[in-house]
Ligand binder design. Structure first.
Ligand code: BG6
Ligand code: MG
Length: 218
């Protein structure tokens, strides 16, 4: 393996499937505000910060709220979301994650987390992965949300790697755009049509094989 690479992983939708819990909590809030919120509409919230997610939800429901009410609902949504998170175990780690992390460790390839979530450390702790990452950059560390590259650039700095030697693994369009803006190699996890801006797209992490990794390092 010639080129030295490092990996930066998104959390929600890449390491664990927390999107379903975000959805249930946002849908509940929508219902409280008197409108419905579908799973298709939930796609718009993937990779998006908590505050921006509320803005999108309110625009879907055509609801206007005072700043104080918005703060109240943000707290309420997160409280409900954390009830799901607190029940999470290592069983919720998505397929292929452990094998890929093992492969990276065996080959001395460093990896970090680059997530928009302010709950990222808690989620990693719940599923038993907190101590495996060399660095963690989460929603508390950034001032600009994805598609801004800030989260991944901080990750690269913490890994002491040049951006062009970093590989980002992401399930959200905003995350792929952030990786591309950072001039990193982008791997999309999900649908090729949705993530067409990514350098590579796989259906899940089981498809990121040692052969593929050897290829991008050469
Ligand atoms: C992202 C999720 O990882 O984190 C978004 O894809 C979520 O759906 C965002 O809104 C912020 O998460 P949290 O846990 O800080 O509310
Ligand atoms: Mg994600």
């Amino acid at each position: 393996m010639k080129k030295e690479l490092a990996f930066i992983f998104d959390l929600d939708g890449v390491i664990v499937d927390t999107a379903k819990y975000h959805y249930l909590a946002w849908r509940n809030l929508a219902n409280v505000l008197g409108f419905d919120f579908t799973e298709e509409q939930n796609e718009l919230l993937k990779g998006v910060s908590r505050v921006k997610s509320l803005e999108i939800l309110l625009s879907i429901g055509k609801v206007n709220l005072s700043e104080a009410k918005k703060q109240e609902f943000l707290l309420q949504k997160n409280k409900e979301y954390l009830e799901y998170v607190n029940k999470m175990t290592s069983e919720e780690i998505l397929p292929g994650v452990n094998d890929l992390l093992n492969f990276l460790e065996l080959n001395d390839i460093k990896y970090a987390l680059g997530s928009a979530s302010k709950n990222a450390p808690l989620i990693l702790e719940k599923v038993g992965l907190l101590n495996r990452f060399t660095a963690i950059v989460d929603g508390n560390d950034v001032s600009k949300a994805k598609p801004d590259p800030e989260v991944f650039l901080i990750g690269a700095k913490k890994l002491e790697m040049k951006p062009e030697n970093c590989v980002v693994v992401e399930d959200a369009i905003a995350g792929i755009q952030a990786a591309n803006a950072a001039k990193m190699i982008s791997i999309g996890i999900g649908d090729t049509n949705v993530l067409h801006e990514a350098d590579y797209v796989f259906k899940d992490l089981t498809a990121i094989t040692p052969d593929f990794l050897k290829n991008i390092m050469n």
